[in-house]
Ligand binder design. Structure first.
Ligand code: NAD
Length: 286
């Protein structure tokens, strides 16, 4: 397939590289002038888009996606499928679908989980919104860039699934960090707390797989000085998106709001660039 790839940052570069390594003809464009092994570097975005069967975007936020998609739609062939893998607000995702639909182009919102490690290894999970036909066309590419693709529903459903999942993650990570902190203050050994809670009703991904306390669970960013992993500022971005969506749609998400406020304070107080599990370090420091 001839594929255009717009946004070759920490996530986009390895994803584009994997598509090229699988034998596809990939043209890439990034405003920062990034070059990626196996990917033809286009001088202008339009050059990366023209004549492509699929255009993938991996960009920082909804405003940028709206602008970039308008330019892609203007330059793309009529049969092109546009797949946006960025994590953005549901409204912008729906607007991007609408703009593509007005020109008769197929589109998908397909945010990912799995981080930069998953992008490099081609083991991302894609949460996908859009028509059945668009999903069927995009599927072979999801199979290269990821290990799993779930068709969640119509336009915007992928973004909705992503922010709901990450709201659970933000809340549960704070819960696990607070439990370790309480255990410390009670003189309970962290290893004992892990051994009990990870095999009891407190078990969850934040504790069992990504333990925020160093040395007591499987290897995690806590064992490497909280080098991300998943940076606290990215968690804040996702909690801002879930909270904005909750407020717009009248959903009561008290703990989601609280989790957003905790990460906002953490990022502003020097947590930027640290893994999102470093909340425990902050609690321990007092
Ligand atoms: P990044 O900042 O490393 O990459 C974004 C890239 O987009 C940059 O290289 C930037 O130069 C480029 N860009 C910005 N405006 C552009 C434009 N108008 N035209 C072309 N290129 C442009 O970010 P990232 O970590 O790769 O994340 C990308 C998206 O994936 C974000 O929406 C993020 O929330 C999401 N995400 C990231 C992770 C992660 O662990 N990094 C995990 C899951 C989802």
């Amino acid at each position: 397939m001839k594929i255009g790839f717009i946004g070759l940052g920490n996530m986009g570069a390895p994803m584009a590289k994997n598509l090229a390594a699988a034998g596809h003809e990939v043209a890439g464009f990034d405003t920062a002038g990034v070059s990626v092994a196996g990917v033809t570097q286009a001088a202008a975005m339009e050059d990366a888009v023209r004549g492509c069967e699929v255009v993938v975007t991996m960009l920082p936020n909804g405003a940028i996606v709206r602008t970039v998609h308008a330019a892609i739609i203007a330059a793309a062939d009529p049969e092109t499928l546009i797949i946006d893998c960025s994590t953005i607000d549901v409204e912008s995702a729906r607007a991007a679908h609408e703009a593509a639909g007005e020109k008769g182009l197929m589109s998908l919102d397909a945010p990912v989980s799995g981080g930069t490690g998953g992008a490099a290894a081609g083991t991302l999970t894609f949460m996908v919104g859009g028509s059945e036909a668009a999903f069927a066309k995009g599927r072979p590419l999801f199979d290269i860039m990821g290990a799993k693709a779930v068709h969640c529903g119509e336009a915007g459903a992928g973004q909705a699934a992503k922010i709901c999942n990450n709201m659970i993650l933000g809340i549960s990570m704070i819960g696990v960090c607070e439990a370790f902190h309480l255990a410390d203050t009670l003189g309970l050994d962290r290893k004992a707390m892990f051994d009990v809670a990870s095999t009891s009703s407190g078990s969850c991904w934040s504790l069992n797989t990504y333990c925020p306390a160093p040395g007591v669970g499987p290897e995690s960013p806590a064992d490497h000085g909280y080098k991300p992993g998943f940076a606290a500022e990215l968690m804040l971005k996702d909690l801002d998106l879930s909270q904005t969506a909750a407020e717009k749609n009248g959903a009561a998400t008290e703990l989601g709001r609280h989790a957003r406020d905790v990460y906002k304070a953490f990022v502003e107080a020097g947590g930027k660039g640290k893994d999102f599990s470093a909340i425990l370090e902050k609690l321990s420091a007092g």
